[in-house]
Design a protein. Structure first.
Length: 437
């Protein structure tokens, strides 16, 4: 285990009241010997000084090296506002690396110290620390949001039922499966501790919440009856494709509508229909949950890739090497981070993400076969008729390979729930096939 690096004591003036102040500055964290600094980093309290005169918090810009020997993490961040020259950065890293190596036992692993990972932002470095612990920032933020909502609901329930209802109805979408899982876990913890008052209050909270959400769903805009009929009547083998196509329109109210039909069938003594509807409802819930989990996993994988790409020296090379991972989820994550960076006025990050977006498209374009490039051109047409005209005007492009690729693409689009696009590509493939003869 390496010995902890001492803090630097610096003098500065408070930017708010100009009073002189002293602060402790840490530039190296060793996770094993300084767990309290790791927690300060994760809690956004590291190198944060409080002015004793006015109470103003002052964030101190400083280089940071984070080392976790057990997890083979060697992470480096230099704030852009320091304008540190590359040679100064390398000198700082080299000095710290040498000290860490000297402190390690002779047979200890050292390879990770020779390849430090650089991060453009402190947030990205923290994400890497959390990832090493098996926790994503999104998971922490989601958990914190749930705890905040629960605290607000419990307070409102004790003060005024009307206030409670207003809080719930302001954003009913937040009360999802993970929210109720957290609520149940909190109930069990209080039950195990023998806190009867707390369990009574939590039980009342859940009962009122479920009743209010059910009532709100019944009073919400009516479900798409045509889609409801399709979901009920479609064959089992085609249900998932239909759900993929209309996932955004399938929510709690759709499940509730099927439940009302189940009750109606049961009350009418039609046990077979009720049983069939129950099976279809269960299948619908299972598919939507699985698709949502798949999307979440794709977004987390895309976020992990973006963390690698954003600190890469050669964007084109790292993106080309990860071509198979440059999917729609990666595009969504890049765009979401761009929006966040613009709102935060982080021009440096905006510039970097825009370069990633542009280079990603270049890499995708370079990887296209001539057939794929032509199909993309057809799909970009304003109307299906325009796509057909463009196809007929390009006899030289029509080859067996093109027809084969179009049929493959149609199958892929159908699996993704993009039925309209899949139908168009199939029609174009039939047209192209006819042109071969």
């Amino acid at each position: 285990m390496s010995s902890p690096a001492p803090a630097q004591v610096i003098q500065l003036n408070c930017p708010a009241c100009r009073a002189p102040m002293r602060a402790r500055l840490f530039t190296v964290i060793d996770a094993a010997s300084q767990p309290e600094l790791k927690q300060a980093l994760l809690g956004e309290q590291l190198n944060l000084a409080i002015c004793q005169s006015c109470g103003n918090p002052v964030a101190l810009a400083a280089p940071l090296i984070y080392h976790d020997h057990e997890k083979r993490l060697y992470l480096v961040h230099f704030p852009t506002q320091l304008n540190a020259r590359p040679e100064d950065q390398q000198r700082f890293i080299g000095d710290v690396t040498a000290r860490l190596m000297r402190a390690l036992p002779a047979d200890a692993h050292r390879a990770h110290l020779l390849a430090p990972r650089h991060f453009l932002t402190l947030e990205a470095l923290v994400d890497a620390v959390l990832e090493g612990d098996g926790v994503t920032r999104e998971m922490l933020q989601a958990q914190q949001r749930t705890v905040t909502i629960l605290t607000a609901l419990l307070g409102a329930l004790e003060r005024d039922v009307n206030e409670f209802e207003q809080l719930v109805l302001a954003d009913p979408g937040v009360f999802d499966e993970s929210f109720f899982a957290t609520l149940d876990a909190l109930y069990r913890a209080n039950e195990a501790a023998g806190r009867s008052d707390a369990t009574t209050l939590l039980n009342e909270l859940r009962s009122r919440l479920e009743a209010l959400l059910t009532s709100a769903a019944m009073q919400a805009e009516p479900v798409d009856e045509a889609l409801l009929e399709q979901l009920i009547g479609v064959a089992d083998a085609q249900l998932e494709a239909l759900v993929r196509q209309h996932r955004d329109a399938i929510g709690y109210e759709m499940v509730l509508a099927i439940g009302m039909r189940i009750d109606a069938a049961a009350n009418a003594g039609d046990a077979d229909t009720a049983s069939q509807l129950e099976a279809r409802r269960d299948a619908l819930i299972a598919i939507t949950e699985r698709l949502d989990h798949e999307l979440q996993a794709q977004l987390e994988a895309a976020a992990s890739l973006l963390r690698e790409v954003i600190v890469a020296d050669d964007l084109h090379t790292v993106l080309r090497d990860n071509l198979a991972r440059l999917d729609d989820a990666f595009t969504m994550v890049v765009e979401a981070n761009l929006d966040n960076a613009r709102r935060a006025r982080r021009d440096d990050i905006v510039e970097r993400l825009e370069a990633i977006r542009t280079t990603t498209q270049q890499v995708r374009d370079e990887a296209l076969t001539p057939e794929e490039r032509f199909v993309r051109e057809l799909l970009a047409a304003d109307t299906p008729q325009a796509a057909t005209r463009r196809l007929r005007q390009s006899p030289a492009q029509i080859t067996p390979a093109l027809v084969r690729r179009m049929n493959e693409l149609a199958e892929t689009l159908a699996e993704q729930g993009k039925t309209d696009e899949a139908d168009l590509v199939r029609r174009l493939a039939r047209e192209a096939g006819a042109m071969l003869f």
